[in-house]
Design a protein around this ligand. Structure first.
Ligand SMILES: Cc1ncc(COP(=O)(O)O)c(C=O)c1O
Ligand SMILES: [Zn+2]
Length: 404
């Protein structure tokens, strides 16, 4: 496939051709990285070339898999210094198409699906990935088959239906949705776009790493706070830093990568604290930050490895702290954040208090989505004076509530 040199397994290092659609490594199930011939790209892709290019993620097209994207204008979101501490930057991903950073990954995945002439894509989703898949599939003329928990924020469901996706609501978690996609995909002819089970969502999300560098004038921050469900963006940004080093755009320095999770579902934090290389599945996952309700990330081994290599850490925050952070960012910065994004602010405050970071450290807090997508969840919390934790409607875990 044109620009891609090969795919590389993140577990065994095996090289796999990109001439047909790939999922995971056939030997060990490892997630695949897309590799380019950076040595040749290097010769004609200098940082200055970016000047004057369109303000979207395809400004980095030399290191992206396609020259013919299905674009809705995703990426190049604002990097705004906080009004209270100019060392703290809020990277506002809520301004992406479909209101979250998921647009980047799904844009790349759907673009490549069209290049591979795939006709039907399926995804298990906590909500925002579903909306993004549905939108890009609508633009590409590809069928989207979506499995999401029945208690997803209303916006996600309404968006998916409006974009014309086939939606199945599941009385369970994203892990139950993933199992259903898995069971049915062969018979239905669906290509599985699940987090880290295809290589292109990482390619889209890695552009956040390029933007962090470009928007901070090629000097990476001391730390990056990333609300972690499946960890695609964290993995993507780390890959971007490696690529940029090979392109000679940055040096060896790296930010501390900080994985932020909700205390009601914190498998990465638990594994990190126990010095384990992989996470255990979290039982009874519950949090108002729907995107963080991922009981076991597929690429947990990569996330934990990056936290170690970057001298970062993993930290859990409660739904109360998340809700307070939503209100704080909105009232003090004018940023109405998704609960997942606001979790970054809550985590930052704790890590400064614990002296893991200094207030003078330059940090980027990722607001991964718009609060407007969570109006029902946030309104509910405001009415109750406290967050109402999302949880399946009945105990019939894994059952389908509304098939299409
Ligand atoms: C707003 C938001 N933030 C963060 C996440 C977690 O993202 P990732 O799966 O890349 O870790 C999600 C996932 O659904 C999300 O919707
Ligand atoms: Zn492998």
């Amino acid at each position: 496939m044109g620009k891609i040199a090969y795919m590389e397994c993140s577990k065994c290092g095996q090289h796999i051709g990109a001439d047909r659609p790939q999922t995971v490594c056939p030997t060990d199930g490892g997630s695949l990285y897309v590799r380019y011939d950076l040595a040749s790209i290097n010769k004609k892709f200098a940082r200055d070339v970016l000047c004057g290019r369109p303000a979207n993620m395809w400004r980095y097209r030399e290191v992206l898999p396609s020259d013919d994207p299905i674009t809705l204008g995703e990426g190049f979101t604002p990097m705004a210094p906080s009004r209270h501490n100019p060392n703290v930057y809020i990277k506002d991903e809520g301004l992406n198409p479909t209101g979250s950073f998921k647009a980047r990954g799904l844009c790349a995945a759907v673009t490549m699906a069209r290049e591979y002439k795939l006709k039907k894509l399926a995804v298990p989703s906590a909500g925002n990935a579903a909306s993004a898949l549905a939108a890009y599939c609508a633009a590409a003329g590809i069928e989207a088959h979506i499995f999401m928990p029945s208690d997803v924020p209303t916006a996600n469901y309404v968006e998916c239906k409006s974009y014309g996706a086939k939606v199945t609501l599941v009385d369970g978690l994203i892990s139950d949705c993933a199992r259903m996609v898995n069971e049915r995909k062969a018979a239905e002819g669906w290509f599985d776009i699940s987090t880290l089970k295809e290589p292109f969502r990482v390619e889209g999300k890695k552009t956040m790493g390029y933007e962090v560098a470009e928007q901070l004038n090629w000097k990476l921050p001391d730390a990056i706070f990333y609300p972690t469900g499946g960890g695609v963006g964290l993995i993507g940004m780390w890959k971007a830093f490696e690529e940029m080093e090979q392109l000679g755009w940055i040096g060896k320095e790296r930010p501390k990568m900080i994985s932020v999770q909700a205390s009601g579902c914190a498998p990465v934090v638990k594994a990190w604290e126990q010095h384990k290389p992989v996470a255990e599945a979290w039982q009874n996952a519950q949090t108002l930050a729907a995107g963080l309700r991922v009981p076991k990330p597929y690429a947990d081994y990569i996330i934990l490895d990056i936290l170690r290599k970057s001298n970062g850490t993993a930290i859990a925050v409660s739904d109360d702290q998340i809700f307070d952070a939503v209100q704080e960012w909105a009232s003090q910065e004018g940023v109405f954040a998704a609960p997942e994004g606001a979790a970054s602010l809550a985590a930052y405050k704790i890590l400064v208090e614990q002296k893991f970071l200094k207030a003078s450290d330059k940090v980027v807090l990722f607001n991964t989505g718009s609060g407007l997508k969570y109006i029902d969840v946030i309104a509910n919390a405001m009415e109750n004076g406290q967050p109402v934790t999302a949880q399946p409607a009945s105990r019939n875990i894994g059952g389908i509530i509304q098939p299409y």
